[in-house]
Design a protein around this ligand. Structure first.
Ligand SMILES: Cc1cc2nc3c(=O)[nH]c(=O)nc-3n(C[C@H](O)[C@H](O)[C@H](O)COP(=O)(O)O)c2cc1C
Length: 347
């Protein structure tokens, strides 16, 4: 935790981070999370103009707040999806804005991270490289090859994309921590992600050895998140996360052939497209119905699991009950975690 505090001096412990959800986590969410003492992340696809506009939003927020303007970096991070992005396209914008954290995810091959890390470090030496992975082996290989400043251990409960073969953070994080220590990488802080939505999850993650937590699904109910109202309503409605969400590659087949690297699948609500797949309907028919539905006003989203478009969400979705400001989420979760940790310390 001390290492992270040095990296991100404006943050309060326990460190709370919003997931860099591409298309959902923009400059407004990232700025609000950072202003609340967390680490705000902007998500990005391949559209660097959209990323620029989100970083300009964050930049203008912090230029007027002297307490947060750090001399060398912008106090938010940027998430990059490596398999759909070219390094030479991303580098100019990273070099220009110098985000405090550059989060890398979903490379075609684990060996790609080393090249990205070294080229990013060359153009923005004060930015820290964080890499999200979902297995012990991947953590070890990346620690040795890319030398990340932080590893984000993503468990199977996570919403959105992740390793198809993965464990929940309750076993993944301690096993990764032990294996990394054995190989001489004990200095790399670990962040927990997947299924954490409140202070109880944060307290548990810290007990497992995490130095901070990432929440994606919980921030789908933040006022600042860019999300279709019906998507957000479906997240609020969902109960019993292990039942109403599932991991599957079929969600990546809905628009057209799956372009994600082989080891990834994604967790979504079990929408109608998934139910059809489970009932043996062919992918061509499912895709046709999906692509018609997304043209409609509701963009293919619906309540009661009746929509055709994927609604990415983690197993913690049943605990997400109301829309709040990002500040209320960060401060509420942080104080609940502190209260639990001090209570548990007396045991
Ligand atoms: C809607 C949604 C979109 C996501 N998009 C991305 C993304 O673009 N890049 C990324 O690295 N992770 C993405 N993730 C995964 C998160 O980084 C993180 O692992 C996950 O949200 C943690 O689990 P939780 O949703 O249970 O909190 C996404 C997650 C969700 C729910």
């Amino acid at each position: 935790m001390a290492t992270l505090k040095t990296m991100l001096p404006w943050t309060s412990t326990p460190l709370i981070i919003n997931a860099p959800m591409a298309g959902y986590a923009g400059g407004a969410l990232a700025s609000a999370v950072t202003l609340s003492g967390g680490l705000g992340l902007v998500g990005s696809h391949f559209d660097m103009d959209a990323l620029r506009s989100n970083l300009e939003t964050a930049s203008s927020t912090f230029s007027t707040d002297a307490s947060l303007s750090t001399p060398k970096t912008l106090p938010v991070g940027v998430g990059l999806l490596l398999f759909i992005l070219k390094l030479e396209v991303a580098l100019p914008i990273l070099s220009e804005f110098k985000p405090a954290v550059i989060w890398l995810f979903a490379a075609k091959q684990l060996s790609d991270y080393a090249e990205w890390a070294s080229q990013i470090r060359a153009v923005s030496p004060d930015s820290k490289i964080w890499i999200q992975v979902g297995s012990v082996d991947a953590a070890l290989e990346i620690a040795a090859s890319a030398k990340p400043d932080v590893l984000v251990m993503q468990g199977a409960d996570a919403g959105g994309h992740g390793f198809e073969k993965s464990a929940g953070i309750i076993s993944l994080l301690p096993e990764a921590s032990d294996a990394l220590a054995r190989e001489g990488f004990a200095h790399i802080p670990l962040i927990a992600s997947g299924g954490i939505v409140d202070g109880r999850g944060v307290a548990a993650a810290l007990a497992l050895g995490a130095s901070g937590v990432v929440m994606g699904t919980r921030f789908l109910a933040a006022k600042e998140t860019v999300v279709h109202p019906t998507y957000q309503a479906a997240v609020l409605e969902a109960r019993d996360g292990g039942k109403v969400t599932t991991r599957s590659k079929v969600f990546d087949e809905l628009r057209g052939p799956n372009i994600w690297p082989e080891v990834y699948d994604g967790r979504s609500l079990v929408v109608q497209s998934y139910a059809d797949h489970a009932n043996g309907v062919g992918i061509d028919e499912i895709r046709k119905l999906h692509n018609e539905a997304v043209q409609g006003e509701e963009s293919g989203f619906a309540l009661e699991l009746k929509g055709r478009a994927a609604i990415w969400a983690g197993t913690g979705v049943g605990l997400v009950r109301k829309v709040e400001s990002a500040r209320a989420i960060v401060e509420g979760v942080r104080s609940e975690a502190k209260e639990i940790l001090s209570r548990v310390a007396k045991v």
